[in-house]
Design a protein around this ligand. Structure first.
Ligand code: ATP
Length: 365
């Protein structure tokens, strides 16, 4: 009987609870036992944080934001001694498959753990911490990844669990700001999350009809100040009473100088004489109810993740569950991680065409 551990790791995202719920119920329906690993990789280091889950333990979770089994960043798991403790605790619990819901860091850690697994078990037996009889049933560790991230920054999937809820939050905030902007003919500079990824900023710009958007993958040339002022004045001359500029938190110019909301505000206030305010949306973007899309994505992917565990052989590379052109599918986890990391490298090397081409189709357009 397969014994599956499910955990959430890295930054929280709306829909993670729906993913855990789907994994728990799908596992039980397929005859597996399932354990919630609480507080991300910290949970692997502390046996009391590994708790068996049943059907009703996830009742009502679809509509709850964040992650109820907790998430964390865990320093110890970066190092082999930490992963040795984790392996011992998993074997003691009889767990031989892990479904990890997190970002590229969490998935990298999981794959590394899998590749070291046989060596970790031998070392634990040698040290007398485990017996051959305990390790015999769990010779292989299956890893399946699911991507939970508000940033939509993972390659080889069209959407990550949480990104559409977060986009919704941003749109609601901009709609609220619109009322006051229109009343006073104000300009607002709105900073949104996303780290290296401009998806949230770009899609928020599209969805709210913003005047100007700054994203990391496609910086404006060094004269962006003039370009921005020209476009905003053109919109004002057409009778627009408000101005909305969206700045991704990772935005910069072509020389990688950071573009801050304060910088944009100074230009709008001093040069264009617009009454300008800054709104940093911050953690509001991670909060609140998961959108219908995220509930659906989390559920369909959770079911697929359990199926992937059941299909896995010792030779199968670890998969990550993705959605591509509206179909739930599996991709090689480490290929997706490598492609994701190469966007950050391309940006660092100022190869912005490459950065754009590595992003999803909607970006390239
Ligand atoms: P987010 O996109 O929200 O930041 P993430 O999964 O990329 O999510 P990280 O902070 O990179 O977030 O990773 C979460 C945890 O995963 C780390 O605290 C660590 O415990 C583990 N981890 C990350 N990278 C590795 C690695 N290379 N080796 C081992 N463990 C890792």
């Amino acid at each position: 009987r397969k014994c599956i551990g499910v955990m959430t790791s890295g930054g929280d995202a709306q829909g993670m609870n729906g993913a855990v719920r789907a994994v728990v119920r799908s596992s039980i329906a397929r005859g597996c036992r399932v354990f919630g690993i609480h507080e991300g990789y910290e949970g692997l280091l502390h046996p009391e944080l590994i708790k068996e889950m049943d059907w009703i333990s996830v009742r009502g979770w679809l509509s709850v934001g964040g992650t109820s089994i907790g998430t964390a960043r865990c320093k110890d798991f970066y190092e082999r001694p930490g992963r040795l403790i984790a392996a011992r605790n998993l074997v003691k619990a009889g767990i031989d498959a892990l479904i990890v819901i997190g970002g590229d860091g969490s998935l990298t850690g999981a794959d590394k753990f899998r590749s070291e697994w046989p060596g970790l078990l031998s070392e634990l037996v040698e040290k007398g911490e485990l017996t051959e009889a305990e390790t015999a049933p769990v010779q292989h560790l299956n890893i399946v990844g699911m991507v939970g991230s508000i940033d939509n920054d993972m390659a080889m999937t069209d959407a990550t669990i949480g990104c559409y809820s977060s986009l919704q939050r941003i749109c609601e905030a901009v709609d609220n700001i619109d009322s006051t902007a229109l009343s006073h003919q104000r300009a607002f500079v709105i900073e949104v999350m996303g780290r290296h990824c401009g998806w949230l900023a770009l899609m928020a710009g599209v969805s709210t009809g913003a005047d100007f958007v700054f994203i990391p993958e496609k910086p404006f040339k060094d004269n962006w100040q003039e370009k921005m002022k020209e476009i905003i004045m053109k919109h004002r001359s057409l009778g627009k009473r408000k101005t909305i500029v969206i700045v991704a938190e990772g935005a910069h110019d072509e020389s990688l100088n950071k573009i801050t909301p304060e910088h944009v505000k100074t230009l709008l206030s001093n040069d264009l004489k617009l009454d300008t305010r800054i709104t940093t949306l911050g953690h509001v973007q991670r909060g609140g109810l998961p959108s219908a899309y995220d509930r659906m994505l989390a559920t369909l992917q959770g079911v697929e993740a359990v199926q992937a565990v059941l299909d896995a052989t010792p030779e199968t590379p670890s998969p990550v569950i993705s959605i591509t052109e509206n179909k739930i599918c599996r991709q090689p986890l480490m290929d997706a991680v490598a492609a994701t990391q190469s966007v950050a490298v391309a940006i660092k090397n100022k190869d912005f065409d490459k950065a754009m081409s590595l992003r999803d189709a909607e970006f390239a357009e």
